[in-house]
Design a protein around this ligand. Structure first.
Ligand SMILES: [Zn+2]
Ligand SMILES: [Zn+2]
Length: 170
């Protein structure tokens, strides 16, 4: 699901987050730092509940940090990270917001399976050109775009196995 190559960044996500927080008169607390570290440990689409579980798992694994990161803190930090340009909300599946890295990762779009909820990433240069052209017609200056294509993934659109067998017998 994350097939695209990461972009090299000179400022770490934690430092970028710290910079943003300073402008808001806030600071990078130990809790916020833990959330950023966990989120940027690997590129993956995730929802807030999965993140809460991952952070809880770390705690159980006996990490030196004694402080538990509360669910409320995780939710609040995720919103702050979106505002800071570190994360973006990609979609909403099964009534949960799905997030991914916006920082250090190329712009891309998603094919979203309505059956299994899988998100497949793709980059398509001609598509960006078409959108530029559309924007031009409206005198609109493009700052970015988000395209969500809904349907069934290859696995979910396969006919059931039983049907295959019936066809084979004919
Ligand atoms: Zn599917
Ligand atoms: Zn993505």
């Amino acid at each position: 699901m994350s097939d695209l190559a990461a972009i090299a960044v000179t400022v770490s996500p934690a430092d970028k987050f710290r910079e943003y927080l300073v402008t808001r008169g806030m600071r990078l607390t130990r809790e916020r730092e833990l959330v950023v570290a966990e989120v940027f440990s690997h590129h993956e689409h995730f929802d807030s509940d999965q993140l809460v579980e991952r952070l809880a798992g770390q705690k159980l694994a006996g990490q030196k940090e004694g402080k538990r990161v509360s669910r409320a803190t995780v939710y609040r930090t995720l919103n702050e990270m979106v505002e800071a340009g570190l994360l973006r909300k990609v979609a909403r599946t099964q009534n949960r917001d799905v997030y991914e890295h916006d920082y250090g990762y190329p712009r891309h779009d998603h094919l979203i399976c309505s059956k299994c909820g899988s998100l497949t990433e793709f980059e398509n240069a001609p598509l960006a050109g078409i959108l530029e052209q559309v924007a031009k017609e409206f005198g609109f200056r493009v700052a970015g775009h988000r395209l969500e294509v809904y349907g069934l993934c290859a696995d979910c659109s396969k006919p059931p196995r039983t049907r295959h067998r019936k066809l084979d017998m004919i």
